[in-house]
Design a protein around this ligand. Structure first.
Ligand SMILES: *[C@@H]1O[C@H](CO)[C@@H](O)[C@H](O)[C@H]1NC(C)=O
Ligand SMILES: *[C@@H]1O[C@H](CO)[C@@H](O)[C@H](O)[C@H]1NC(C)=O
Ligand SMILES: *[C@@H]1O[C@H](CO)[C@@H](O)[C@H](O)[C@H]1NC(C)=O
Length: 451
């Protein structure tokens, strides 16, 4: 009895004895060479964030620990797990899992967190889902502390946070909260993939991206130049001229609402050409200075599944009763959706430019990776590049190609501890659409070795 108790205590301290451990998963027949846990982390009182944690396939004890965050706001990091950089992906049938050979847990322990409450399987007891950038950072910080209480042996590992899309806000805000906080967290750096770091640079660059990718004809381009520019200087972002706004609206409708896949210009749009009213929601944030007429007549979206993205397989698998049981999701918790309408609709954005966060975090000695799939239009590479350049950092490596599998995988440049990097031909979800390149990039980042 005593030795059993000792065994439980020891394995408990290692984080290896936990009711959260996932021992089998519906649709999976292969034996796995890593361990995994799924359950809840406590954020603010009554606020329960669902996590899914997988250990490294290499050396869990010494490999780094990564927190991965998808964006939205309101979208689930389980999309990151099941279709981007996680070890298990779902087949089209919605019932079979297969191994992703380019999973980021080949080289790191990875924690997927569904945040904020209301997203995916995360929930609040009071079901009030209005939140904002600062509160999200605070809740993610609390959840992380709970994670390290559950898994204390991972405190020693180097820790990184990487966020995609609106994760461009979540990641620097959480990183600064960690650096200024009292909890003992070994944060070494952060990364942002196709992030929203500046609404100004994002919106301003999109017009050029669209023109130089052949999406705008000569008539509209001439109008944009006539109505939005004076001399060499163009303002597509918050121009007060009505005719400029009308021309920018035409660009916006082509990019977002014509049947193009906004997340990946050269991929097809699942569902084909039709109107996708998803962005009705976001209009107050995207080109926030303009009241686009066309959007006023658009249908109200029923849910916030991103247009042209087919999440049927993930949705089907995650909403099976046996999968919920295997992942320790209580019955009272809502069905899983890739993006939560209630969270998105009630979200208050506070930061429209992350420059102050970057300056502070770099001065604290963190390593930073800003990467962009270069065919994404939701958060296009040019806007992120302009944002990085606006930080006025000292450049140490000039813009040049990086290589993967004996091919040019994209381009990068370095400013001491900050790297800006593109992934050639990949869209918004880089690890999904360029998995091999993404894994190499991630490995270079965490090992601080050349790209
Ligand atoms: C989405 O994927 C499922 C398979 O998971 C398929 O049956 C369905 O036809 C696809 N829908 C669209 C719109 O492409
Ligand atoms: C337009 O945006 C720029 C860049 O953010 C800002 O400096 C300027 O004050 C804004 N002008 C108006 C009229 O809002
Ligand atoms: C870069 O980061 C390292 C730690 O990773 C730190 O020691 C160094 O001071 C940083 N360099 C700069 C220029 O901030």
């Amino acid at each position: 009895m005593e030795s059993l108790w000792l065994l439980l205590c020891v394995s408990g301290a290692l984080g290896y004895f936990s009711p959260d451990e996932v021992l089998s998963l519906p649709g999976l027949s292969t034996r796995l060479n890593f361990r995994q846990w799924s359950g809840y982390l406590q954020a603010a009182p009554g606020n329960h964030l669902h996590y899914w944690f997988v250990t490294s396939q290499k050396d869990p004890a010494t490999d780094p620990l990564l927190l991965w965050l998808n964006g939205g706001p309101g979208c689930s990091s389980l999309d990151g797990f099941l279709s981007e950089n996680g070890p298990l992906h779902v087949k089209d049938d919605g019932s079979t899992l297969y191994i992703n050979q380019y999973s980021w847990n080949k080289v790191a322990n990875v924690l997927y967190l569904e945040s904020p409450a209301g997203v995916g399987f995360s929930y609040a007891d009071d079901k009030i889902y209005a939140t904002n950038d600062n509160e999200v950072a605070e809740n993610n910080y609390l959840a992380l502390q709970d994670f390290f209480n559950k898994f204390p042996n991972f405190r020693r590992n180097d820790f990184y946070v990487i966020g995609e899309s609106y994760g461009g806000i979540y990641t620097p805000t959480l990183s600064l909260t960690i650096m200024n906080g009292a909890a003992n967290i070994n944060l070494k750096g952060f990364g942002v993939g196709n992030g929203l770091s500046s609404t100004y640079y994002n919106d301003q660059s999109l017009v050029y991206f669209a023109y130089y990718h052949g999406l705008i004809g000569p008539t509209l381009w001439a109008d944009l130049n006539r109505f939005c520019c004076s001399g060499e200087v163009c303002n597509f972002f918050n121009n007060s001229e009505y005719s400029c706004q009308a021309s920018v609206e035409e660009v916006f409708m082509i990019v977002y609402d014509s049947g193009l896949n906004v997340y990946s210009l050269y991929l097809n749009c699942a569902g084909g050409v039709k109107r996708y009213p998803r962005f009705l929601q976001d209009i107050k944030n995207l080109f926030q200075f303009y009241q686009f007429e066309g959007l006023k007549t658009a249908d109200k979206p029923r849910n916030l599944a991103p247009p042209c993205i087919n999440d049927t397989a993930q949705w089907t698998w995650l909403n099976r009763a046996d999968v919920r049981t295997a992942l320790h999701i209580p019955e009272k918790v809502q069905a899983w959706e890739i993006c939560s309408k209630v969270v998105s609709e009630n979200y208050q954005r506070i930061y429209s430019n992350m420059d102050n966060f970057y300056h502070q975090l770099l001065s604290m000695g963190l390593r930073v990776l800003v990467y962009n799939g270069d065919t994404d239009m939701a958060c296009n590479f040019l806007g992120e590049h302009w944002f990085v350049q606006s930080l006025n950092l000292e450049k140490t490596v000039d813009y040049q190609p990086w290589i993967c599998n004996n091919q040019i995988a994209g381009f990068y440049e370095q400013y001491k501890n900050l790297t800006f990097l593109t992934v050639k031909g990949a869209g918004h979800m880089v690890p999904q659409w360029a998995p091999r390149q993404a894994l190499k990039m991630f490995e270079s980042f965490i090992s601080n070795s050349p790209y």
